[in-house]
Ligand binder design. Structure first.
Ligand code: ADP
Length: 522
């Protein structure tokens, strides 16, 4: 753990400011790290370094932020976190840059404006599918938490008001032990100008607690994976097939489960990081500049039985309550790593003289470091910890060999739809066919992997069992890691350049397209 203060005498502990909505775990982690809690009565109004709260900040609060302070929200990010706004922006990107890259959001209609379009699409599908059903989900555009989500196949079942969206229901989800799941991926945007995105390599997998069954669309415990719903169900406490007790796994457990079925988890993770970058890119040019803030988002991603990730939602202030052992192992460390990330970012800015975005804004560190002490800290950090956009290339053969070792190439991208148990070893020894034969869909030939730069860092950090992955091109890649956070944007010098002095979205999209093509050709 990087200390939040440089070594040496006289420094006061950094101070955090909270309100009634600040999650308990944030406060306890900061206290554990030696921070002091801001005390209105005792301290000056400006004597704090970090303000962390659930709701967004007013623009005046952003404007008045001091160089030594940080806020945990950017202005304007509801463009990402309201489902109707998100759908609109992604639709726009699809129109601008072509369908293939932006085909990760299910077809969405914003009610009531799109009602006629939806009806036309509904009947078009009905005509094409004939007797087969088509499935739809109607959900609130904002903060549903179980409020009126309806899944239907007959248009007569549709009920909505003007804050709802209707979306194609993904009816072929990847099932684990016949249970539906989705992934909660944590993403920290430390700046929109220039755009800087980190992904967290640990996360949560949220399960429905009753078996997936398209013949009963009314059963929320089988179709919705929100833990707020499932923890109140009768099956929550039961030991369920494969998934066991409760309704959550850690992401690393899920990925090692996939690996046990020979699924190419690295490729899946690459696709997820691309979804994250493409999503943030859709709103990045619209976010007003504000210095000294960061945002932790929760991306909800559903994987289908072709191993395709679908973006369902981006959560503002993702839940940080601790309900089960998976929460404990993920969320405390997530907050520790977020604080470290923000701190390292501050150091980097001071060291490189990088001014965050608009002219005249201040770069920030969480503590007021004098230059001498700051340099001491920087020299103690591993060199990968600081973004170094020097001409770092990977001609070094031994490094490349090391990366190849980390990414064994003999895994298949084929995918069982139903992964009912971890009986693989047993099956191998008895040579019997599995009772619930996994359905293999989307079978692809084994591909050669692109060697992720981050693997090199990861091999040293050896932190997590999830395959790290940054969409990558040819080696000239900047790297920064703080705990389990890994930089995913910018991911090479070209995208670094395209994100400075105004965001060149077209150029970045071209680079992403190139990567996708490479993945396909491999
Ligand atoms: P909330 O704000 O309640 O989390 P979501 O949009 O995430 O709302 O939807 C709740 C749940 O419904 C998700 O966790 C997922 O299990 C399911 N869901 C949402 N949209 C879809 C979809 N298009 N296809 C399949 N399942 C979906």
């Amino acid at each position: 753990m990087v200390e939040d203060r440089p070594p040496g005498p006289i420094l006061k502990p950094p101070v955090f400011h909270v309100d009634d909505t600040t999650p308990e775990v944030v406060q306890s982690v900061l206290l554990e790290r030696g921070w002091d809690k801001f005390d209105k009565g005792e301290q000056n109004v400006e004597d704090w370094n970090l303000y962390w709260r659930t709701s967004s900040f007013r623009m005046t609060e952003h404007i008045n932020v001091k160089p030594w302070q940080r806020l945990n929200h950017h202005p304007g990010t509801t463009q990402l976190t309201r489902q109707d706004h998100l759908a609109r922006h992604l639709k726009h990107m699809k129109r601008m840059y072509g369908t293939p890259l932006y085909e990760f959001i299910p077809l969405t209609f914003i009610m009531p404006n799109d009602y006629n379009k939806f009806v036309a699409e509904y009947f078009r599908e009905k005509h094409v599918l004939g007797a087969k059903h088509s499935y739809w989900i109607c959900k609130p555009a904002e903060l549903s938490h179980r409020r009126g989500i309806i899944i239907f196949s007959d248009i007569k079942g549709l009920l909505f008001d003007d804050t709802y969206i209707v979306q194609k229901y993904i009816c072929n989800p990847l099932l684990v032990g016949r249970y539906k799941c989705d992934l909660r991926i944590y993403v920290c945007v430390t700046g929109f100008k220039p755009l800087t995105i980190y992904i967290y390599q640990e996360g949560l997998v949220r399960f429905a607690t009753e078996k997936f069954d398209l013949s009963n669309l009314q059963n929320n415990y089988a179709h919705l994976t929100n833990s707020s719903i499932n923890k109140s169900g009768v099956s929550y406490e039961k030991i369920k097939e494969v998934i066991g007790h409760g309704c959550k796994w850690t992401l690393s457990r899920f990925f090692s489960y996939l690996r046990s079925w020979d699924v190419d988890d690295l490729l899946l993770w690459q696709k997820i990081t691309q979804v994250v970058i493409l999503t943030v890119l859709a709103i990045a040019p619209l976010v007003p500049f504000a210095a000294n803030c960061f945002e932790l988002f929760g991306f909800d991603i559903l994987i289908d039985d072709n191993l395709k990730p679908w973006l369902l939602e981006v959560n503002f202030s993702p839940a940080l309550s601790i309900d089960c052992s998976a929460d404990i192992s993920v969320k405390r460390k997530l907050i520790h790593d977020t604080i470290e990330l923000i701190y390292l970012q501050g150091l980097r800015n001071e060291r490189t003289g990088c001014r965050d975005g608009a002219k005249g804004s201040h770069s920030v560190s969480l503590t007021k470091l004098d230059v001498g002490r700051f340099n001491k800290v920087c020299s103690a950090l591993p060199c990968e910890s600081l973004l170094q956009f020097t001409s770092r290339t990977f001609k070094d053969e031994s490094a490349v060999k090391k990366a190849i070792k980390i990414c064994p190439e003999n895994k298949h991208a084929s995918q069982p739809r139903e992964m009912t148990s971890r009986k693989k070893d047993l099956l191998l020894s008895t040579r019997e066919a599995p009772k619930t034969k996994p359905k293999l869909k989307g079978r692809r030939s084994p591909h050669k992997k692109i060697i992720p730069f981050m693997s090199l860092i990861q091999s040293r950090a050896d932190k997590t069992s999830i395959s790290p992955c940054v969409p990558l091109d040819n080696g000239k890649v900047p790297g920064l890691q703080a705990g389990n956070f890994v930089l995913i944007f910018p991911f090479n010098e070209a995208t670094f350049g395209a994100s400075r002095n105004g965001l060149n979205v077209r150029r970045i999209i071209q680079k992403l397209q190139k990567l996708k093509n490479k993945q396909h050709s491999h």
